[in-house]
Ligand binder design. Structure first.
Ligand code: BG6
Length: 285
């Protein structure tokens, strides 16, 4: 179904989830209101940039596996209550599409909103030749005390083969290595390459990160603001098999590079205060 915005179509969705298809001169994509989840983005003239699992659930109450889930207001398991959903509730909520606009070059500007606890979230997604993502979190002026949150734009990127790519831009940052046991590691001064399950939270990461993928003849650049954490994740063989919504062999084709504010870089807001975290993703040949 056409919307009033050229290039944005509401389709019949999946299992009752509202889904928009994006088809402009600048890019193609898919957006679910469930989790404000951008599930696909392919700038014109390029291969798809975001990865989406063929085994993903598309169901209310469950996160979508791939694209850009939003982790908020906590990252990973809830610190006190493991029964609460991993990575917070924002990716499980139905968001409202508040504003849509089409720029002359075919870039769409889509603004979604929701409320999580005392936080008002505004998320602006601009899929075009580049992909800009901007998450604003405001603590309600009616809140009675400061509150802390963690957030991540949990970006799944499509790669030719995880074993032949590398990542630069994080060489100077120390990181929490979560596997096999959590331990703090000093900056490696080396690009990241993948030979096993990798689950790392890099801290103090203001710099631009580049994913080098010779197999797809491209680099993907992620620059960001308002984020001092970057999470790098690939589940490798055994964990892929343990995840029901992840194909057993899909680990070779993806990597997550997540723009985040987590752990020591979680954000504390005073009532009425807000924080903006943004990422700009570009394909370089
Ligand atoms: C990453 C975490 O960000 O997300 C991993 O660092 C986690 O520990 C992964 O396994 C996927 O999480 P989920 O909840 O979407 O399966």
């Amino acid at each position: 179904m056409k919307t009033s915005i050229p290039g944005l179509f509401l389709d019949s969705g999946l299992n009752g989830l509202s889904r928009f298809q994006i088809r402009t001169a600048a890019a193609q994509g898919q957006l679910f209101l469930h989790g404000a989840h951008l599930a696909a983005w392919q700038p014109a003239g390029h291969q798809p940039v975001l990865w989406l699992s063929g085994s993903s659930w598309f169901q209310s109450g469950r996160p979508i596996r791939g694209g850009v889930p939003i982790c908020f207001p906590w990252f990973g398991p809830h610190p006190q209550d493991p029964a609460l959903p991993a990575h917070g509730s924002a990716r499980l909520q139905e968001w409202q599409l508040q504003q849509t606009q089409a720029d002359d070059d075919g870039t769409l500007r889509l603004v979604l909103q929701t409320v999580v606890g005392n936080f008002q979230l505004r998320y602006e997604i601009c899929p075009g030749a580049e992909l800009s993502l901007q998450l604003d979190c405001q603590l309600s002026p009616d809140a009675t005390e400061p509150e802390k949150f963690e957030a991540a734009l949990h970006t799944y990127l499509q790669v030719s083969d995880i074993r032949s790519i590398w990542i630069t831009g994080l060489e100077n940052s120390g990181y929490l290595n979560k596997v096999p046991q959590p331990e703090w590691c000093a900056a490696s001064e080396q690009p990241i390459q993948f030979t096993a399950e990798t689950d790392r939270v890099y801290q103090g990461t203001a710099d631009t990160v580049v994913l080098h993928d010779p197999g797809l003849l491209r680099r993907i650049e992620i620059s960001k603001q308002g984020s001092l954490s970057t999470v790098v994740w690939n589940p490798w063989i055994d964990k892929s098999r343990r995840m029901p919504d992840f194909g057993d062999d899909e680990w070779t084709g993806m990597v997550c590079i997540e723009t985040a504010c987590v752990g020591e870089h979680a954000v504390v807001l005073q009532p009425g205060q807000s924080h903006r975290m943004s990422a700009l993703i570009r394909v370089l040949s």
